[in-house]
Design a protein. Structure first.
Length: 251
């Protein structure tokens, strides 16, 4: 259902048949609810009888969710909106079906000429039309979100003949445009780190011997304990001259 390829984003796994594409949910905090079921008659039958085998992509003001339900499993993936690094949407179609359509048409044409009968040509045309129809039905849409950590949340889906939910690349682009506007309005959660506070380093001169460095708390303790008299000279970075203990307040 999701994956990452070195050269661009790749959402892997089988395409879903779209059953719901709601860009105006009842919840005002939700931007999109997209629901799909597995392809095929079995997927349609199970969803019809009420078995939850759907995959749901939801975009809210705070999170992007993917919920995948199966017959024996349930999986949920969530990413905070502020952690989304990039958004992607697009579509793909099976061009090989057009190649097969051309081969079917020209095969019918050649067979008609070879056997000197018209029947292979209409058969080839019908088969070619079926391949062309399959080409248009093969259109697969994708919507994906890449987090700052390189994780991909996305789904691939296509339009179903039964549900016939109207959606295209224009609707996906509009949803992502609104989502990106929402991201731009969010306050930045990253701020420059405050520079570390410089620790004061004190030195004292006693009996002609200079000692240090000491922290302010260590020096304060020595003054209060009487180890340093009021006439002992002190200095720290930024002072122009040595000054006596008595000139400072030690609390």
């Amino acid at each position: 259902m999701f994956g990452l390829r070195r050269r661009g984003v790749s959402v892997t796994g089988p395409a879903l048949v779209l059953t719901q594409f709601d860009t105006d949910p009842a919840d005002p905090k939700t931007l999109l609810n997209l629901v799909g079921r597995p392809e095929g008659i079995v997927g349609w039958f199970l969803s019809t009888v009420g078995v939850d085998i759907t995959t749901t992509l939801s975009i809210t003001q705070d999170f992007v969710h993917i919920n995948k339900s199966g017959l024996s499993s349930r999986f949920r993936q969530t990413a905070p909106v502020h952690n989304i690094a990039s958004t992607h949407c697009g579509f793909s179609m099976n061009l090989f079906l057009i190649v097969l359509a051309g081969l079917a048409f020209f095969g019918g044409l050649i067979a008609a000429a070879a056997f000197r009968t018209i029947w292979p040509l209409p058969i080839g045309i019908v088969v070619a039309c079926l391949f062309v129809l399959g080409f248009f039905l093969s259109k697969c849409l994708v919507i994906a979100f890449e987090t700052s950590g390189g994780i991909i949340l996305g789904v691939r889906f296509k339009k179903g003949l039964i549900e016939n939910v109207p959606v295209g690349i224009e609707q996906l682009s509009e949803v992502l445009a609104r989502f990106n506007q929402q991201l731009q309005r969010m306050p930045s959660t990253v701020s420059a780190a405050a520079p570390p506070k410089k620790v004061e380093q004190w030195y004292y001169s006693k009996d002609g011997q200079k000692t240090g460095p000491l922290s302010a708390s260590e020096l304060k303790q020595m003054v209060h304990s009487g180890q340093l008299s009021s006439q002992v000279m002190l200095w720290k970075d930024g002072m122009a001259n040595w000054e006596p203990v008595s000139k400072f307040k030690w609390g």
